[in-house]
Design a protein around this ligand. Structure first.
Ligand SMILES: Cc1cc2nc3c(=O)[nH]c(=O)nc-3n(C[C@H](O)[C@H](O)[C@H](O)COP(=O)(O)OP(=O)(O)OC[C@H]3O[C@@H](n4cnc5c(N)ncnc54)[C@H](O)[C@@H]3O)c2cc1C
Length: 221
C-alpha cells in the first residue's frame, strides 16, 4: 500500500528544478542514494508512478525531493511543477540505486546529482566527507543544484562545468577525456556517475579507458 503524504513546502531552486518538502510516514526508512516511486494523489494520477530520489538525510524529520520539471511534456513532472503545499503525494517503498561504497569522485549530469545530495549530506553530518570530490555538469551556472551548500560542504572539492554558459572566464565544455585527466588525477578510487543514459555511458567508458577499475564504478542512469 502506498503512503499518502502531504506536501509541506515547495520552491524552485533553479529555473526548472523544484524542491519538495513532504511529510515522512512513521517508520519510513531509506539508505542515502535510494529512490522511491511517487504518484500525485489526485483522481487520474494515482497510478502514474515516477521514480525520485530522497535528498534529505536519513535522520531528517521530513522527506525532500529535488525534481526537474519537464514543462513542455504533459507528464507527471509538469503537474508537479504546478503543485503547492497542502496537496498530496503517494510514496511507495524505497528501492536501491546508488549507495556509498567509500571515498571517491562523484560525477553528475543535471538532476542526476540527487543521489549524491543524499550521500554527501549524510557524510557531512557524520563528518566523513574527506576524500570525496563532486563534479557537476550543467547547461549554465543558473542550473547548478544546491551550489551554495555544496560549496560550503566541499570547498575546492566541488567542481562545476557548464556546457552553454557563453560567459568569458567560465569553463564551457562537455566533460571530456582531457578534463578528466586534469581534474581526477587518481584513477585508483571509486567513481560514482549519475545522469542521463548517454552521459553515464560516455563518462563510464572514458573512466575505464583512463584506468579506473570496472568494480570501482558505481553508476545509475
Ligand atoms: C532511480 C531513479 C531516480 C530518479 N530520481 C530523480 C530525482 O531525484 N529527481 C529528478 O528530477 N529526476 C529523477 N529521476 C528521473 C525522473 O524519474 C523522470 O524525470 C520522471 O520520471 C519524468 O516523468 P514525467 O512524467 O514528467 O515524464 P514521462 O512522461 O515519464 O516522460 C519521461 C520521458 O519522456 C521524454 N520526453 C521529454 N519530453 C518529451 C516530449 N515532449 N515528448 C515525448 N517524450 C518526451 C523524456 O526524455 C523522458 O525520458 C530518477 C529516475 C530514476 C530511474
Amino acid at each position: 500500500m502506498p503512503h499518502p503524504v502531504k506536501v509541506l513546502r515547495t520552491e524552485f531552486i533553479t529555473p526548472d528544478v523544484k524542491r519538495f518538502t513532504v511529510e515522512r510516514p512513521q517508520g519510513y526508512k531509506f539508505v542515502p542514494g535510494q529512490a522511491t516511486d511517487v504518484a500525485i494523489d489526485r483522481p487520474g494520477w494515482t497510478d502514474k508512478l515516477r521514480p525520485f530520489t530522497f535528498t534529505n538525510t536519513t535522520t531528517a524529520r521530513h522527506l525532500e525531493f529535488i525534481i526537474k520539471i519537464y514543462g513542455d511534456h504533459d507528464g507527471v513532472t509538469k503537474q508537479l511543477g504546478l503543485m503547492h503545499a497542502g496537496e498530496g503525494l503517494l510514496l511507495h517503498a524505497p528501492f536501491g540505486a546508488i549507495t556509498y561504497q567509500g571515498p571517491g569522485f562523484f560525477i553528475a549530469g543535471g538532476a542526476g546529482v540527487t543521489p549524491f545530495v543524499a550521500i554527501l549530506r549524510d557524510l557531512h553530518r557524520k563528518k566523513k566527507l574527506k576524500g570525496n570530490t563532486l563534479l557537476v555538469s550543467n547547461h549554465t551556472a543558473m542550473d547548478v543544484i544546491l551550489d551554495e551548500e555544496f560549496t560550503r560542504m566541499l570547498g575546492r572539492h566541488f567542481l562545476k562545468v557548464f556546457t552553454r554558459q557563453h560567459v568569458i572566464g567560465f569553463r564551457e565544455r562537455r566533460i571530456d577525456r582531457d578534463m578528466l585527466v586534469v581534474l581526477v588525477q587518481n584513477f585508483d578510487q571509486k567513481f560514482y556517475v549519475c545522469g542521463p543514459g548517454a552521459f553515464v555511458n560516455e563518462i563510464g567508458t572514458m573512466l575505464l579507458d583512463l584506468g579506473a577499475k570496472a568494480e570501482s564504478l558505481v553508476v545509475e542512469q
